[in-house]
Design a protein around this ligand. Structure first.
Ligand SMILES: [Zn+2]
Ligand SMILES: [Zn+2]
Length: 316
């Protein structure tokens, strides 16, 4: 009896094993090990943003939350890649991996060395960057430039990766700055480049609504979120931005907000609802001008002739 049972078990397992072998032979190899995820985080460190002007120590909360979030991304899969950038008022810089030689770390309290290395490198490079730039003149954060740098970095990693590995790239922006319509064209250029390169753009805003970056999220299928409290930043990052874009469809995430698709006029760099568009180069203006300032096309001034002819017809 026992022997027969053992035999039937053996047969069952053999059958199962054969099935498994058959499946791997017939289907293409879709094991998760050949997919890696590259995350580029852009932290807005501009000292003139309202959030930091009110309370400078909030930058520590933001940086600590971002580092914990970045390490969670690395923890998800051994192959995952990470880069962190600081976007300042005059320059944007990579803080991890930094421009200098990587910091030497030894294991402390059983912590994984790479986590400690991320933390030490980011903090060291950030303090160097903050010390080097100490201007009090209010300038906009160069977010469009930082996104462009991140896209170049992603393109380089994509080019140098070994064949057969699928790289999913995304950019996360953590900013407390306001909307900067002066960079409208730069924003549109980076958004459509990201869309073409299949890079997802996520935005986590800490203070004000950013309608231009919201458009970027919508164009690249990313997520846009305004965090109600800076102290809760890590929770929001882990909940909303840690899952990969394909997994997000299965999760209950904050509902998408209506995207404000206003464009900035080329004359004053202000967001407008209704304006004039040059029929030749599609430049946008808030007021009518007989000559397009971008392509120098001359337009006829619209006269009141049409109204006169209408009146005549009515008399007849
Ligand atoms: Zn204008
Ligand atoms: Zn034009």
């Amino acid at each position: 009896m026992v022997l027969s049972m053992q035999k039937s078990f053996e047969r069952f397992y053999l059958k199962k094993m054969n099935n498994i072998e058959l499946r791997t032979e017939n289907e293409p190899d879709v094991s998760s090990t050949d997919e890696t995820s590259l995350l580029v985080i852009i932290i807005d460190t501009n000292p003139t943003q309202k959030l930091l002007r009110d309370k400078a120590s909030q930058l520590t909360t933001v940086v600590d939350s971002v580092i914990a979030f970045a390490n969670s991304h690395l923890m998800q899969k051994a192959q995952n890649k990470l880069a962190i950038m600081a976007c300042h008022s005059k320059t944007s810089q990579f803080v991890y991996p930094g421009p200098r030689k990587p910091v030497d770390v030894r294991q402390v309290d059983g912590q994984y060395e790479i986590f400690l290395q991320v933390e030490k490198t980011v903090k060291q490079n950030l303090s160097l960057l903050l010390a080097s730039e100490n201007s009090t003149i209010a300038t906009e954060s160069l977010l469009a430039g930082a996104i462009a740098m991140a896209l170049c970095y992603i393109a380089r990693i994509q080019r140098t990766k070994s064949a057969g590995i699928k790289l999913n790239s995304r950019i996360l922006i953590v900013s407390g700055s306001g909307d900067s319509a002066s960079q409208y064209m730069n924003y549109m250029n980076v958004f459509f480049t990201a869309q073409k390169q299949n890079v997802v753009l996520d935005v986590c805003t800490l203070d004000q609504h950013l309608s231009l970056l919201q458009q970027g999220c919508d164009i690249t299928n990313g997520l846009y979120l305004k965090v109600p409290q800076v102290s809760a930043l890590l929770q929001f990052l882990l909940w909303v931005f840690l899952p990969e874009p394909p997994i997000r469809e299965k999760l209950v995430l904050p509902p998408p907000v209506k995207v404000d698709y206003r464009a900035a006029c080329f004359c004053h760099r202000e967001l407008i609802d209704i304006g004039y568009v040059c029929s030749v180069c599609l430049s946008i203006f808030c007021k009518f001008s007989p000559i397009c300032t971008t392509c120098h096309t001359v337009f006829k001034i619209p006269g009141p002739l049409a109204v006169k002819s209408k009146k005549k017809k009515m008399k007849l």
